[in-house]
Ligand binder design. Structure first.
Ligand code: G3P
Ligand code: CA
Length: 259
């Protein structure tokens, strides 16, 4: 497998260039040629899935509190964009750069993009722990069934339990087991029940480069996160990983095309 066949997944959108998890960041990722979009999802107090990484909104907005305790109407009042330093100064009027993004809106963007001749895949990560465990997966599967994207969707998680729930509700959905560290029981590419694809951290790959071939021999695809540094991109390409998840899809695509 050559560098050109590695799938480049935009982590929280093109999040080096635009505020993470905003519609602007995802539009930019599509514009830059990303093969897939990554997003984290959390359930609000009134049952909406929104794209927010942290348990609390404090870091990425001008509000405070846990997503799980806030209603969508309250999140919609907050500014999720102005915290980020960028060459492109945020425009207070630019709602795509500052609004909380619902998963539903992101699904629509993926559909719009496919209809415009630019298909893009989606990799959705469930965040745990959360007070809404179980309901997150239920709502996620329901939304995906309602929207029926034509492009592939995967569900990722550090929580094996979450992936099991997804697999039970939607056996056709590919699942990615995210790993921060490589436990001995996973060394040969074995994954927990319910997980299909291996999602090792870049740290795992640097420390255990032969994990890639072992996992692939065990029939696993290997999707590595978060691959921003050119040296890491080169290592991933040399090892033949299946996908890299990056905050800078444009630069990574350009580097891969030069290898
Ligand atoms: O894509 C996997 C990666 O996003 C996991 O880490 O903390 O960025 O969600 P985190
Ligand atoms: Ca994530």
């Amino acid at each position: 497998m050559g560098p050109g066949s590695i799938s480049v997944i935009a982590h929280r959108g093109a999040s080096e260039d635009a505020p993470e998890h905003t519609l602007a960041a995802y539009r930019k990722a599509i514009e830059h040629g990303a093969h897939a979009l990554e997003c984290d999802v959390r359930l609000t107090a009134d049952g909406h899935l929104v794209c927010v990484h942290d348990r609390r909104v404090n870091r990425v907005s001008n509000g405070r509190g846990a997503v799980s305790t806030l209603e969508l109407s309250a999140l919609s009042q907050l500014d999720f964009g102005s915290w980020k330093d960028s060459d492109e100064q945020p425009d207070a009027e630019d709602r795509e750069r500052t609004s909380v993004l619902t998963l539903e809106r992101l699904l629509l963007l993926v559909k719009e993009s496919a209809a415009a001749g630019r298909p893009v895949e989606l990799a959705i990560e469930t965040k745990h722990p959360t007070r809404w465990a179980g309901q997150v997966e239920e709502r996620l599967v329901r939304l995906l069934e309602e929207h029926r994207l034509e492009t592939p969707v995967r569900v990722m998680s550090f929580s094996a339990r979450s992936l099991q729930r997804v697999r039970a509700a939607a056996p056709h959905l590919p699942t990615v087991y995210l790993m921060q560290f490589l436990l001995p029981r996973h060394r040969e590419g074995r994954l927990p029940p319910g997980a299909r694809i291996a999602g090792p951290s870049m740290r795992i790959i640097r420390n255990n480069p032969d994990y890639v071939i072992r996992a692939q021999r065990a029939g696993r695809q290997v999707h590595v996160w978060t691959v921003d540094d050119p040296t890491d991109v080169e290592l991933c390409a040399r090892l033949g990983v299946d996908a890299v998840i990056t905050n800078r899809p444009q630069q990574v695509l350009s580097q891969l095309s030069d290898l």
